[in-house]
Ligand binder design. Structure first.
Ligand code: HEC
Ligand code: HEC
Ligand code: HEC
Length: 428
C-alpha cells in the first residue's frame, strides 16, 4: 500500500517536471506584447544606439578585427565553444528579415525567429527584464546599421550540449522571463539603476555563482563567481571581503564604472572591457543610478583576517623571496608602501582584489599584465607589464603571497601549482 502511494507520488512529480519542460516548447509569456508605434524613427534609432551600449551588444557580436555586429566572436565555455551570430540587417546571413516581434521574442524569451531555443551565453535571462519600448528602439537601431554578408559559424559544443532542444530542461529550471517590475517603495533613481544592472547591464552574467550547466542563479544575486568561460574571477558585489562596495564611497564607485579607475582601484581584464565598450558611454545620470542601486544592496561583512597562515611551513622564506622580487620589479609603480599612485597605479595595500580567497586575478595580472580602459577620466592609462616570461611559478607565487601579507594585508599564501594552472591560458 505504502509502496503504491510512493510510486504514485513519484509518478506525479515526474509528470509535473515533464509538463514544465514541454511547456517551454508551447508557452511563450508576453509573446504578443504590442510593439510601440514608431513615430520618430531617428529618435528611436538614437535611443537604441545608447541602449546597445548599455547592453554591450557590440563586444560579443564582433570578432576581433571583424565588422561591427557581424558576429564570429568565439566564446569558450567548459562545454565547447559558442560563436556569436551576425545581427546586422543582412537579409540572408543576418537579421534583415526579422521584425520587431521576432526581436522581442529573442530578447525577452530567448527564442530565435524560427523558434529555436537560444543558448544563455546570449544573456537573455537579463535582457528579458528590458521593456518592449526599449527592445523596439534597439531593434530599429540594429536595422539602421550597415548590413554585412557573413554567415554565422556553427557552434562547436560537445554532446549533449549541442542538442538545442535540451535547453527546454535548462529553461524550466533556471529561466523565468519577465520585464523589470518597479519597486514603488524605492526612488525613481534606484529603480533606473536596478533596471540597468539587472537588465541590459547583465552584471550578474559574470558576477554570480554558477551552478551546473552554466546557469546563473535565478535571483539576480550578484554574489560573485568564477566565470568558467573567462578564467577570471568576478568578485561578489555584495561582500565587503571582495569588491567591497560597502566601504567604497559613492563617488569612487561612480569613477570606477565611468572612468575605469578611482583612487582606490582600477578595473582590469573583462571588467576593463565592460568599461571600455559600455559603461564609459552611459550618461552621468545612469551611472549614478547604477552606483546608487549597487550601494544599496546589503553587504555581507568580511570574515576576520586569519591570525596564522596555515598553507605553508616555509612561509617566512616565501614571503622574504616575495619581498625581494617586489622591491625589484613592482615597487617603482605600486610603491614601497603598496599605496600606488592614484589614479594611474592602483594601491595593493588594503586592496580586497588582492586578498580575497580567489587568487586568480592577481596571479593573472602578474603573468599577463594589462591596461585599464582609455576613458575620458583616464584618457592615457598606464599599463602593467606582463611578468610571465621573467618570473617562474615559484617567483610569481612568492610575490603574490607577499602582496597578500604586506602592509597590513593578510591572506593565505599562493601555491606554485596555482600559478601553473593560469599560465598559457589566453587573455579571454
Ligand atoms: C555575452 C555575449 C553576448 C552579448 C553581450 C550579447 N549577445 Fe546576442 N548572442 C550571443 C550569442 C552567443 C548568441 C547565439 C546564441 C545561440 O546560438 O543560441 C546571441 C544571439 C543573439 C540573437 C539571436 C540571433 C539569431 O539568429 O537567432 C540576437 C537577436 C542577439 N543576440 C542580439 C543581441 C543584442 C541586441 C545584444 C545587446 C543588447 C546582445 N545580443 C548582446 C552573445 C551575446
Ligand atoms: C564579462 C564579465 C563581467 C561583466 C558583464 C561585469 N563584470 Fe564587473 N568585474 C568582472 C571581473 C572579472 C572583475 C574583477 C576585475 C576588476 O576588479 O576589475 C570585475 C570587477 C568589478 C568591480 C570591482 C572593481 C574593482 O577593481 O574594485 C565592480 C564594482 C564591478 N565589477 C561592477 C560591475 C557592474 C556594475 C557590472 C554591470 C554593469 C559589471 N561589473 C559587469 C567581470 C564582469
Ligand atoms: C609600470 C608600472 C607597473 C609595474 C612595474 C607593476 N605594475 Fe602592477 N599594475 C600597474 C597598473 C597600471 C595596474 C592597473 C592595470 C589595469 O587596470 O589593467 C596594475 C595592477 C596590478 C594588480 C591588480 C590590482 C587590483 O586592483 O586588483 C596587481 C595585483 C599588480 N598590479 C601587481 C603587481 C606586481 C606583483 C608587480 C611586480 C611583479 C607589478 N604589479 C608591477 C602598473 C605596474
Amino acid at each position: 500500500m505504502l509502496k503504491k502511494t510512493i510510486l504514485a507520488a513519484l509518478g506525479l512529480v515526474l509528470l509535473a517536471m515533464l509538463s514544465l519542460v514541454i511547456l517551454q516548447f508551447v508557452y511563450d509569456p508576453d509573446w504578443d506584447e504590442t510593439a510601440t508605434p514608431v513615430g520618430d524613427a531617428a529618435g528611436a534609432q538614437e535611443r537604441g544606439a545608447y541602449l546597445a551600449r548599455a547592453g554591450d551588444c557590440l563586444a560579443c557580436h564582433t570578432a576581433r578585427g571583424g565588422k561591427p555586429y557581424a558576429g564570429g566572436r568565439v566564446i569558450a565555455t567548459p562545454y565547447g565553444s559558442i560563436n556569436t551570430p551576425n545581427i546586422t540587417p543582412d537579409a540572408s546571413t543576418g537579421i534583415g528579415l526579422w521584425n520587431s516581434d521576432d526581436f522581442w521574442h529573442a530578447m525577452h524569451n530567448g527564442k530565435s525567429r524560427d523558434g529555436r531555443f537560444l543558448y544563455p551565453a546570449f544573456p537573455y535571462p537579463n535582457y528579458s527584464r528590458v521593456t518592449r519600448a526599449d527592445s523596439d528602439a534597439l531593434f530599429s537601431y540594429l536595422q539602421s546599421i550597415a548590413p554585412v554578408a557573413q554567415p554565422s559559424p556553427e557552434h562547436a559544443l560537445r554532446f549533449p550540449y549541442n542538442q538545442r532542444w535540451l535547453l527546454a530542461v535548462w529553461r524550466s529550471l533556471y529561466f523565468r522571463p519577465g520585464v523589470y517590475v518597479q519597486d514603488t517603495g524605492k526612488s525613481a533613481e534606484w529603480n533606473r539603476g536596478a533596471y540597468l544592472v539587472q537588465g541590459l547591464g547583465h552584471c550578474n552574467a559574470c558576477h554570480t555563482s554558477r551552478g551546473t550547466l552554466g546557469s546563473s542563479r535565478l535571483d539576480i544575486d550578484l554574489a560573485g563567481g568564477l566565470m568558467p568561460m573567462l578564467n577570471w574571477y568576478a568578485p561578489s558585489l555584495t561582500s565587503d571581503a571582495e569588491a567591497g562596495l560597502g566601504r567604497m564611497e559613492l563617488a569612487q564607485l561612480v569613477a570606477l564604472l565611468k572612468h575605469g579607475s578611482s583612487n582606490s582601484a582600477t578595473v582590469f581584464g573583462p571588467m576593463a572591457e565592460v568599461v571600455r565598450q559600455s559603461l564609459q558611454y552611459l550618461s552621468d545620470a545612469d551611472i549614478g543610478a547604477m552606483a546608487a542601486y549597487l550601494k544599496s544592496l546589503p553587504q555581507t561583512a568580511a570574515p576576520p583576517r586569519p591570525k596564522t597562515i596555515v598553507s605553508a611551513e616555509n612561509a617566512a622564506s616565501v614571503l622574504a623571496r616575495g619581498e625581494r622580487l617586489y622591491g625589484k620589479h613592482c615597487a617603482d609603480c605600486h610603491g614601497e608602501d603598496g599605496r600606488g599612485k592614484s589614479p594611474v597605479y592602483p594601491p595593493l595595500a588594503g586592496n580586497r582584489g588582492v586578498t580575497m580567497d580567489s587568487v586568480v586575478n592577481p596571479v593573472r595580472m602578474v603573468l599577463l599584465g594589462g591596461f585599464p580602459p582609455s576613458t575620458q577620466g583616464n584618457p592615457r592609462p598606464y599599463g602593467m607589464p606582463a611578468f610571465g616570461y621573467l618570473l617562474d611559478d615559484q617567483d610569481v607565487s612568492a610575490v603574490v603571497s607577499y602582496l597578500r601579507n604586506a602592509w597590513g594585508n593578510r591572506a593565505e599564501l599562493v601555491a606554485p601549482a596555482e600559478v601553473r594552472r593560469h599560465r598559457g591560458v589566453a587573455l579571454d
